[in-house]
Design a protein. Structure first.
Length: 580
């Protein structure tokens, strides 16, 4: 190895230095000469963002280089993805995920667990993608109707004499976080029990046990990777996804290292661990972020492959359907917490196509923004990639009110089931109990009548009870319409200019009061430091004000007042906030 290192190119020396710099010393390596050092490069929740950009996304061509250089540094290197890879961008949607599978094959991924959005093309298509990939998609807790495994539950891979058992876990939230038709006949077993079964199966056959889990760390989720780590002994590492959580140095829970990179390929995860005498003796996690990746040269093979895929799609996606004089806001943090102009445009298109009284669609189905200027078909498909079609149904006023209540029950937390609407306006008090928050609702300018029957347009995902909109289940279907993206394309084309705006359709009548958690006890310092001046914080994509406030231990209202925010629910990436 020493002789090899002396022969490294200047580029590789620079990269090796970069690689070392981004790996913090959260674990001291003191392995003996006989210890086997193993590296895992990992990704999660890329949502088909295989191309990089100038500001946030690293891109799969650079990820490929990172993998190649890591393997030169340590041949005992594996590549893992923790789910939500195949769906989310036009480049994937047009070929039902095959483009992403081809790129991942070229990079040389070893294993993957299925995310809820990997089921978006249907369970049969996921099995086809599993056949297209050169690596297995693992899921120990997904069963078919007859009780058999839907996917391979686990595999054992030997690396330099070390036997590593990998098993996959899929979130049970898949049952309502993909179209219910995509998972008909499938059962998602409780992850901790499935994990315990896997440990029992693997512990006598392997030296290391690693879970690839699309579970996440959201407090609103029943099943999380943290819960698995707390309740299941014998797992060494959990490579996680689903919650889009950035764990810069990983999270250690009951001696289990949990690693997650965030979202969209903004970071690449690095796990390093050493095994001696059949045991993991040290392990650490870190991230390569966008800034660090700027020193990495893109892998031309991947760049060319992506270019070929895009060229094949261009004929479909480059058609201009209209224009916009404003940015149409589909940012995740906004569409899942507040009325947005893009949400209004989509709901208006549904209302126009169906002539319904009310249109309602889930904010989680809006996956991107559209910049001002010309709007192409490809951009619309990127915003609405799921292929959901529009359904016209009937709801009693009481059920419609229940739907509006459900849409705001998690507020101010981001929630995919937050409703974007047309034909109805409503006000709510976020400090009332969930289910009792809507204080006023108007349909067509008149007070919502709980005894009246309304024609309601929604998407077929929600009509089937997706995102826990159970009030739609069993309601009469009055009509079925084209897919949501087609309806929006037609609506924009007819208007010519998509000049949507926020109109006050959804109004929180007072700021949400978010309870502050009591801080963990800390040793009393010898002396009290002097007060520090206000800090600056630059808003990132996905940020919401209450979470920033929580991070810095500041009351939500105080942070809004300190920065003189007219609308605390509207903060934009790049905006500067002062932290008192």
């Amino acid at each position: 190895m020493k002789g090899t290192m002396k022969k490294l190119s200047v580029f590789f020396l620079v990269f090796a230095l970069l690689f070392a710099l981004v790996l913090p010393n959260n674990t001291v390596f003191a392995a003996g000469e006989t210890a086997k050092k193993i590296t895992i490069i990992h990704t999660n929740d890329t949502h088909a963002r295989i191309e990089g950009d100038q500001t946030a996304l690293i891109g799969f061509d650079k990820i490929s280089t990172i993998v190649k250089e890591a393997k030169e540094k340590n041949p005992n290197t594996l590549v893992i993805d923790a789910g939500d890879a195949f769906h989310g961008q036009t480049i994937a949607h047009l070929v039902k995920g095959e483009s992403v599978a081809k790129v991942m094959n070229k990079i040389g991924y070893d294993f993957m667990a299925p995310g809820n959005h990997d089921f978006n093309y249907g369970q049969e298509r996921l099995l086809e993608l599993n056949a297209i990939t050169n690596f297995p998609i693992l899921a120990a807790n997904v069963k078919k109707a007859d009780g058999s495994d839907f996917l391979t539950p686990y595999e054992i891979k030997e690396v330099d004499g070390v036997k590593i058992g990998f098993f996959g876990l899929a979130t049970p939230e898949t049952l309502y976080k993909t179209h219910p038709n995509n998972v008909v006949g499938l059962t998602f077993e409780e992850p901790t029990q499935a994990a315990a079964d896997m440990v029992k199966e693997l512990q006598d056959k392997t030296d290391v046990i690693i879970a690839i889990a699309h579970l996440g760390l959201d407090q609103s989720s029943v099943d999380t990777s943290k819960k698995v780590a707390e309740q299941v002994a014998g797992i060494d590492i959990i490579i996680d996804g689903h919650s889009h959580t950035v764990l810069e140095n990983g999270l250690v829970v009951h001696d289990v290292l949990i690693a997650q990179t965030g979202e969209y390929g903004k970071n690449v995860g690095i796990i390093e661990f050493s095994v001696e005498d059949g045991k993991v003796i040290e392990k650490k996690a870190s991230l390569i972020n966008k800034a660090a990746s700027d020193a990495v040269t893109a892998d031309k093979e991947i760049t060319d492959l992506v270019a070929d895929i895009k060229a094949a799609n261009d004929e479909i996606t480059s058609v201009v359907v209209g224009k916009s004089t404003v940015v149409l806001d589909g940012e995740r943090a906004h569409a899942r917490t507040s009325e947005t102009n893009l949400g209004n445009l989509i709901a208006d298109a549904m209302l126009d196509a169906t002539k319904a009284d009310v249109a309602i669609t889930n904010g989680g189905g809006i996956r991107a923004s559209i910049n001002e200027g010309e709007i192409t078909k490809g951009e619309v498909i990127t915003v609405l990639p799921f292929g959901n079609y529009v359904v016209l149904t009937e709801l009693k006023g009481s059920a419609l009110l229940a739907a509006l209540e459900h849409g705001v029950d998690a507020y101010p937390e981001q929630a995919g089931h937050f409703a974007q609407v047309a034909g109805v306006t409503y006000k709510f008090n976020p400090n009332k109990p969930a289910g009792q928050r809507v204080t006023e609702a108007m349909v067509g300018g008149e007070k919502l009548d709980v005894n009246k029957t309304y024609k309601v347009a929604t998407n077929d995902f929600m009509a089937a009870g997706g995102d826990k909109y159970d009030m739609f289940k069993g309601t009469p279907t009055l009509g079925q319409y084209p897919s949501l993206d087609e309806i929006l394309i037609d609506y924009i084309a007819a208007k010519g200019t998509a000049d949507a705006k926020v109109e006050g359709r959804i109004v929180a009548i007072e700021p949400a009061v978010v309870p502050e958690k009591a801080p963990a006890p800390t040793p009393v310092p010898a002396s009290t430091p002097a007060p520090t001046p206000a800090k600056e914080y630059i808003v990132k994509v996905g940020d919401v004000l209450w979470k920033i406030a929580k991070e810095f231990g500041v009351a939500y209202e105080k942070l809004a007042e300190f920065n003189q925010l007219k609308n605390p629910h509207l903060i934009l990436p790049g905006q500067k906030l002062l932290i008192p």
